[in-house]
Design a protein around this ligand. Sequence first.
Ligand SMILES: CC(C)(COP(=O)(O)OP(=O)(O)OC[C@H]1O[C@@H](n2cnc3c(N)ncnc32)[C@H](O)[C@@H]1OP(=O)(O)O)[C@@H](O)C(=O)NCCC(=O)NCCS
Length: 143
Amino acid sequence: MQYSWRGPLDLKSSQTVLAGFQRVYREHGFGKWALHLRATNEFVGYCGLEPCPAGAPEGFELGYRLAPRFWGQGLASEATEAVVRHIFATTQLPRLFAFLEPANVASVRVLGKAGFQRISLGTRVNGKAMDIYRIGNGGLSSS
Ligand SMILES: CC(C)(COP(=O)(O)OP(=O)(O)OC[C@H]1O[C@@H](n2cnc3c(N)ncnc32)[C@H](O)[C@@H]1OP(=O)(O)O)[C@@H](O)C(=O)NCCC(=O)NCCS
C-alpha cells in the first residue's frame, strides 16, 4: 500500500473500498475486475476502472493491485492490456487515465507497455503529487 493514496486499510475500510468498487460496477457496467490465475483460479488481485477523483481530468482512471506473491510475473501487464482492450471495444470512452507516483517503477512500466503516455508531472491528486498518464482509444494518446 506504499503507493496507495488511501494508505494501509483495516478490514472495515477495505470493505468500504470494495463496496465503492461494486457501486461503480453497478452504475457503469464496468469497474475493477478480480484477477484469477488461469491455472489454479487463485485470487491474485484486481485491475480496472473507477471515476477520476476531483481535481483530476474528467473520465475514468485505471488502477491495479496484486498480492505481493504474484508480483514480477507479468500479470499486471497482462491484466492492464486486457482491460484497455475490453473497454475500448465495448464502451464509447475516448480515453482512460492513470495517476501514479513516479517512484512506483513497476507501475510506470505497466502503463508504458500498455501504451499510456505521461501528460503531466506532479499534479496534486488525492492530496499527493502524481504523474498523470493517458491512453486514447486505438492506443494513441488523444486529447
Ligand atoms: C504495480 C504492480 C501492480 C505491478 O504488478 P506485476 O504483476 O508485478 O507487474 P509485471 O510483472 O507486469 O511487471 C511490469 C514491469 O515492471 C517491472 N517491475 C516489476 N516489479 C518491479 C520493481 N519492484 N522494480 C522495478 N521494476 C519492476 C517488471 O520487470 C516489468 O517490466 P518489464 O516487462 O520491462 O520486465 C504490483 O507491484 C503491485 O500490486 N503493487 C502494489 C500496488 C500498486 O502500486 N498499484 C499501482 C498504484 S499506481
